[in-house]
Design a protein around this ligand. Structure first.
Ligand SMILES: NC(=O)c1ccc[n+]([C@@H]2O[C@H](COP(=O)([O-])OP(=O)(O)OC[C@H]3O[C@@H](n4cnc5c(N)ncnc54)[C@H](OP(=O)(O)O)[C@@H]3O)[C@@H](O)[C@H]2O)c1
Length: 237
């Protein structure tokens, strides 16, 4: 039984579909897309429980964990996929917008992890997966905020892995490259062509290609912890 944040759209929705296809019960976190979360329930059935979740709220994190645990009777894994992007060259991005990206993407990890650990300790196959980005590993102009946040997720995960490994809890990181979702829909055509050229496989990834790797790390990779898996078509090579 897994709680997927940001499950209403894009990569998160693809993860929800892949988990449900395996028969896994999924708490599907959504923020503003209640209709999309409801559509996933209509498509996938009662294995999916829509749960409203706000990245910046400690109470919301505790409620999301509790709702998943109560509905399915247990919690085996967290997939922390919800994220926000904002960017621009450092001198054009004011500090409030810069900090919001860091706070939402990183501050949220502390709340939800703390809320979930007691339940995860009761599972016989517990794991936490963080959806970061290769931007946090190799950098990208215009992404000092997003890159900082996504890099911090790696430090968080590797430190947490060392804290909770003794409880059998695995903590891993997925680092996608450029993926066709709403988050990248505004990338201008010129930048899109540049990224295609820089990417060994010559294209953006699909949400489902990222979901395949997410489910592998979350459910199948039982000897992986502290791992950072790049799924980027070779963009970071
Ligand atoms: N797309 C890419 O190229 C790419 C590359 C590398 C890494 N990533 C990472 O992969 C993850 C998913 O990206 P995506 O492309 O699928 O994004 P997306 O299409 O923009 O979807 C974002 C998801 O996060 C949820 N969300 C947004 N703000 C939230 C908030 N304040 N509180 C709780 N949930 C919130 C959204 O919920 P609602 O729709 O309900 O509001 C939605 O489900 C993100 O962490 C992103 O940084 C994406």
């Amino acid at each position: 039984m897994v709680l997927v944040t940001g499950g209403s759209r894009g990569i998160g929705a693809a993860i929800v579909r892949r988990l449900a296809a395996r028969g896994t019960g999924v708490g599907c976190g959504y923020h503003s897309s209640a209709e999309r979360a409801a559509a996933l329930v209509a498509e996938l059935g009662p294995r999916v429980l829509p749960i409203r979740y706000e990245l910046s709220s400690e109470n919301s994190a505790a409620d999301a964990v509790a709702a998943t645990r109560e509905h399915f009777g247990k919690l085996d894994a967290l997939i922390l996929n919800a994220g926000v992007w904002d960017g621009g060259l450092i001198e054009r991005l004011d500090h409030d917008r810069w900090w919001r990206v860091v706070e939402h993407n990183v501050g949220s990890l502390s709340h939800i992890t703390r809320a979930a650990l007691p339940a995860l300790r009761s599972s016989d196959r517990p794991s936490i997966l963080l959806v970061s980005s290769v931007v946090g590993l190799i950098g990208h102009a215009g992404d000092t905020a997003y890159g900082s946040a996504k890099a911090a997720m790696v430090g968080f995960a590797r430190s947490l892995a060392k804290e909770v490994g003794q409880d059998g809890i695995r903590v891993n990181v997925l680092a996608p490259g450029f993926v066709d979702t709403d988050m990248t829909s505004a990338v201008p055509e010129k930048a899109r062509q540049r990224i295609h050229t820089e990417t060994v496989l010559g294209r953006f990834g699909t949400a489902d290609e990222i979901a395949t790797a997410a489910v592998f790390l979350s459910e199948d990779a039982t000897y992986c912890t502290g791992t950072v898996l790049n799924v980027d078509g070779g963009w970071s090579l």
